[in-house]
Design a protein around this ligand. Structure first.
Ligand code: HEM
Ligand code: HEM
Length: 189
């Protein structure tokens, strides 16, 4: 099975993990930009409702993608660190940074869901799938979830920027294949 390009091996990422990683990274940065832009619009702007709907639809699609991605991570092997010179602390911090990125993605998407369903209305993902609101809601749910959403969106984007800088450091300074193996499927042994 180790020559299966879809799966991860002990030393490299497979196609599925690579596609999830990059599609979601691009979508998250786009939603961040769209989110900051759309909250400046007013009811009288032509794209007021459209931009919000697009943000919610892509966001909820990402939530489904995240669940599939985490499932895939659990049933698959996770490649081991490539940098032999890395200290224990570096290996540990990379691991916890990845866990934090997963957790931030999840809570960000859940807080978005809680803003959008605060009035009890379901979210229709591109008219294909309707996600109902929770049967209970709390006072000021929209504002509380909105504040959490804004703070977490910034935290996720800043942490992923640090994460990207770490990847670039591995590539240009340590000159190992940490970044390359997330960009293409390396030859299987
Ligand atoms: C990774 C995914 C997401 C990112 C990066 C993201 C990012 C953002 C950002 C930066 C804002 C502007 C915050 C502000 O300045 O007040 C925002 C607002 C918003 N987002 Fe998201 N979002 C994501 C997912 C979602 C999801 C899944 C939903 C709901 C289904 C959602 C619903 C909303 C709503 C309703 C607002 C407007 C909040 C307000 O009016 O204060 N977002 N988002
Ligand atoms: C919103 C943006 C991003 C998010 C949420 C994100 C998230 C993640 C997560 C969760 C992992 C761990 C994968 C696993 O479970 O094994 C990972 C790995 C990785 N990411 Fe990102 N990422 C983002 C953007 C980027 C960018 C812009 C770069 C490069 C410039 C990058 C480079 C990498 C590399 C090289 C790995 C593999 C690390 C290793 O082998 O230990 N990521 N990313």
């Amino acid at each position: 099975m180790s020559n299966n390009i879809f799966k991860n091996t002990e030393s490299s990422y497979g196609l599925i993990a690579i596609i999830f990683h990059w599609l979601m990274a691009v979508a998250i940065f786009s939603l961040f930009g769209l989110g900051l832009y759309m909250v400046e619009l007013t009811y009288y702007d032509a794209w007021y409702k459209g931009s919000l709907d697009l943000h919610k639809n892509i966001g909820m699609t990402l939530f489904v993608a995240l669940m599939l991605r985490v499932f895939w991570r659990v049933v698959n092997v996770t490649p081991k660190n490539v940098d032999q010179s890395a200290s224990k602390l570096e290996v540990k911090s990379a691991h916890y940074a990845h866990v934090a990125l997963y957790a931030l993605m999840a809570i960000l998407m859940i807080s978005g869901y809680l803003i959008s369903t605060a009035d009890g209305r379901a979210i229709d993902i591109f008219g294909l799938l309707s996600i109902p609101a929770l049967p209970i809601s709390i006072n000021n749910q929209e504002d509380i979830a909105g504040n959490i959403h804004e703070i977490l969106a910034w935290t996720l984007v800043l942490l992923s920027a640090g994460h990207a800088l770490a990847a670039l450091k591995h590539h240009f300074i340590n000159k190992n294949n940490t970044l390359v193996r997330m960009l293409k499927v390396l030859p299987r042994k």
